[in-house]
Design a protein around this ligand. Structure first.
Ligand code: 6PG
Length: 473
């Protein structure tokens, strides 16, 4: 075999699937794993693709096997392991070689690593990869932050291995250094919001309407044929139909209600706050996972407050189901508006010039939040270049105008019934605040001025003013 086109370090689930994907698309790939036995096992299992794979037992062997300038993908756990791996590679690589971090890195680490490598002759690519195991094997969505030069070296491979939406590759260079990992982080923040909003609705169907998992699954399957069509709705319908082999119960009923999280949702919320952007649905989704982890406290609070019993949603079930579908759609619009607003602020703050229509387009296939909706979203960004907020795109004004009354009814009924709707109620509050021409922050300003002489602006004249507060101001 001629030299490999690219290298890959880390043959865990994501790494091995990505390596097989690369090989299958006709690009020879050299692979290395710290535990050599895993490299051997991976190679053995690769079948016909073995002819496109070079298994390596040392980093020296790996680098020697790749055509310079050598691109090497790291698919190792985010955090210190990436730094350790970079340090080890620096000993082996030569000027022009490219280290590609394909994990879920914090973009601030990516910016730092990029800067640290800048004067060494090596270059760094921060690459967000979405789509889980299946995506890695058959076509993920790929979000790239890099120099144009480094991208040119790997562009063909990345476009070839990416998911395709109607023939268009779901991979793009979105900006320099941390841009790709930032966009991946916000993808995950939106993923958290999408998942929590679905869970909010599941709660109403289960506890407000008393439906069984298979019935709820059928509702989601039906919704998946319409405006909510998406991977997350599809898998929700699927998991609700699965039976636990041990008990014969629906599997969702035997899964503990304690959600895990690895950090990307939290980073989205932190970055939103740092950038001064409101991302209430994403924040609420992260908070809901935190509260979900307090299982024992929640059980004690249920005892103390008599929770866990819910007033049933009475009335025309068909009408309630239609409202639930539209409520979820309205929440989705608000959550995506928030996620894109965070990216817009980051783009300006870091001078990235993020291409919003492209981001929406490369999320249409391959990634976890892929959906029909993202096509509409891409069109909205294409039509209005300087869109302040997705909620102001003409098509979305129409859709949200139609959907928000349902969101309002559902959140109100859920509140009365005692059913929590963390993400959907936050999305509604965001929408109501956003569309309120005269808000209530005049009072906040008065209070700030009263206790701290912070000053306020007036509606009738320019400048800073203080109030005639008794005893101060
Ligand atoms: C993806 C997923 C992927 C992973 C998340 C899950 O886009 O393919 O988002 O990155 O499944 O890390 O995150 P939590 O463990 O935080 O839920």
């Amino acid at each position: 075999m001629e030299k490999a086109e690219i290298g890959l370090i880390g043959l865990g689930v994501m790494g091995s699937n990505l390596a097989l994907n690369i090989a299958e698309k006709g690009h020879a790939v050299a692979v290395f794993n710290r535990t050599t036995a895993r490299t051997g096992a991976f190679f053995e299992a690769a079948g016909d693709l073995r002819k496109m794979i070079v298994p390596c037992t040392t980093l020296t062997e790996l680098t020697k096997s790749i055509r310079p300038p050598r691109p090497i993908i790291l698919m190792v756990p985010a955090g210190p392991v990436v730094d350790e791996q970079i340090a080890a590679l620096r000993e082996e690589l030569s000027s022009g070689d490219i280290i590609i971090d394909a994990g879920n890195a914090n973009f601030r680490d990516t910016v730092r690593r990029f800067a640290e490598l800048e004067n060494s002759g090596l270059t760094f690519i921060g690459m967000g990869v979405s789509g889980g195991e299946e995506g890695a094997r058959h076509g993920p969505s790929i979000m790239i932050g890099s120099t144009e030069e480094a991208y040119a070296r790997v562009e063909k491979i990345l476009l070839d291995i990416s998911a395709k939406y109607e023939g268009e590759p779901c991979a793009a260079r979105l900006g320099p250094n941390g841009a790709g990992h930032f966009v991946k982080t916000i993808h995950n923040g939106i993923e958290y919001a999408d998942m929590q909003m679905i869970a909010d609705i599941y709660g109403v169907l289960r506890d407000g309407l008393g439906m069984k998992p298979d019935e709820i699954g059928a509702v989601f399957a039906e919704w998946n044929k319409g405006r909510l069509n998406s991977y997350l709705i599809e898998i929700t319908a699927a998991v609700l139909g699965v039976t636990d082999q041990k008990t014969g119960q629906p599997i969702v009923d035997v899964i503990l209600d304690r959600a895990g999280q690895k950090g990307t949702g939290k980073w989205s919320a932190i970055e939103a706050q740092t950038l001064g952007v409101s991302a209430t649905a994403i924040e609420a989704a992260v908070s809901a996972r935190i509260l979900s982890s307090l299982k024992d406290e929640r059980l004690a609070a249920q005892q103390a407050y008599g929770g866990g019993r819910f007033a049933k949603f009475e009335g025309d079930r068909g009408a309630v189901l239609r409202d639930l579908e539209l409520a979820l759609f309205a929440g989705k619009i608000a959550a995506y508006a928030q996620g894109f607003a965070v990216m817009d602020a980051a783009s300006r703050e870091f001078g990235w010039n993020l291409p919003m229509p492209t981001i929406a387009k490369i999320w249409r296939a391959g990634c976890i939040i892929r959906s029909q909706f993202l096509g509409t979203l891409a069109e909205a960004f294409e039509e209005s270049e300087n869109l302040a907020n997705l909620l102001m795109a003409p098509a979305f004004v129409g859709m949200m105008g139609q959907a928000h009354p349902s969101l309002r009814r559902i959140v109100a009924r859920a509140a009365e019934a005692g059913l929590p709707m963390p993400a959907l109620s936050s999305a509604l509050a965001y929408f109501d605040l956003y569309r309120q021409g005269r808000g209530t922050s005049n009072l906040i300003q008065a209070q700030r001025d009263y206790f701290g002489a912070h000053g306020f602006e007036r509606i009738d004249s320019k400048g800073a003013f203080h109030g005639p507060w008794a005893g101060g101001g």
